[in-house]
Write a protein of this length. Structure first.
Length: 324
């Protein structure tokens, strides 16, 4: 590493971590390596990302990063900018301002290389309905230049192995979505972009897709998940980002958001005068221990469980909008 570069990094260390103002080549080399290693672990980076439809700014100068092997839930109501963000990150639209890096490559400059390493699943099904599931997957494998492709393991993964030769036009909505999931895994992607992947599906299909998402994360695949279903995001996401009117309102783990903006409580159902009523004890108040002791000593308790704020309640608290 050059001395000039080392002094530049020294300034960063001194400004951010209070290191003493002297140049130590070994120290700088060590910390620069750690810094560059951490930078390399970002599978998705958005910097000041912006996109407009005429006078409407759909994505408004947003910045965030997603680590390799992380699931980021990108949450917001319809029209908040979720789908447009995905289309920019996957190269279907080009940023009007800012930039997007996928696996360290700029989507504006290396779109074809990036698209070969990602999987994309939108709400709109782009399947060939007059072809069978096997034929669809083999066709998409050819588009990726994959030879000797075996579609059967993927079809088994999504529970379609018994209908693999049926035309897709005979499939239910849930079956078509499961085939879409198999389709976006054809090229063994390192990053997945999923736009409302379980919206409106039957419980079996939805659970199948959730299982696949978690299995891919265990392999180190990065998942960018857009949804307006907060329970879905809470089940799957390592972190969540709230987007509202094109801007990111908050980004953190679900647990941290609940702790910061939510309210913990103990919900107790007690029997009073032949009826069961529910009482709530806030757990963040100083006298909570005394209240719990009094409750157990003086009430006929039926059930007790803890309660915490939902992500939807927190979204409303932060943005003032409901998820619709």
């Amino acid at each position: 590493m050059s001395k000039k570069r080392g002094k530049f990094f020294q300034k960063i260390l001194r400004a951010n971590f209070g290191f003493k103002s002297y140049y130590n080549s070994e120290l700088v080399n060590l910390n620069l390596k750690k810094w560059e290693d951490n930078m390399a672990k970002d599978a998705i980076v958005a910097e000041n990302l912006t996109y407009r439809y005429g006078d409407l700014t759909a994505v408004d100068h947003i910045s965030f990063a997603v680590k390799e092997g992380e699931i980021l839930g990108f949450l917001g109501p319809n029209g908040a900018g979720k789908t447009t963000t995905v289309k920019v990150l996957t190269g279907q639209f080009l940023p009007m301002e800012g930039r997007a890096l996928i696996l360290g490559k700029d989507i504006s400059k290396d779109r074809e290389e990036i698209q070969a390493e990602i999987g994309v699943c939108f709400e709109e099904k782009n399947l060939y309905e007059r072809m069978s599931a096997v034929e669809n997957l083999r066709f998409f494998a050819q588009l990726f230049g994959i030879r000797k492709f075996d579609p059967y393991p993927l079809l088994k993964k999504v529970g379609l192995e018994k209908r693999e030769k049926d035309r897709v036009e005979s499939y239910s909505k849930g079956m078509k979505q499961r085939l879409m999931v198999a389709r976006f895994l054809v090229n063994s992607p390192r990053v997945l972009f999923l736009d409302e992947p379980t919206d409106g599906l039957d419980p079996v299909s939805a659970e199948t897709i959730r299982k696949v998402i978690l299995e891919e994360r265990e392999k180190g695949v990065t998942v960018f998940l857009t949804t307006h279903e907060m329970m879905e995001a809470d089940k799957l996401s390592d972190r969540v980002a709230f987007i509202n009117e094109g801007k990111i309102a908050a980004i953190d783990t679900p647990e941290n958001l609940k702790h910061k903006f939510g309210r913990r409580a103990l919900k107790v159902r007690v029997r009073e005068k032949g009826k069961v009523v529910e009482k709530e004890l806030p757990l963040d108040e100083k006298k909570v221990a005394k209240d719990i002791i009094n409750l157990f000593a003086n009430e006929d308790i039926v059930t007790v469980h803890t309660a915490e704020a939902t992500l939807e309640e927190i979204f409303i608290k932060i943005t003032g909008r409901r998820l619709e």
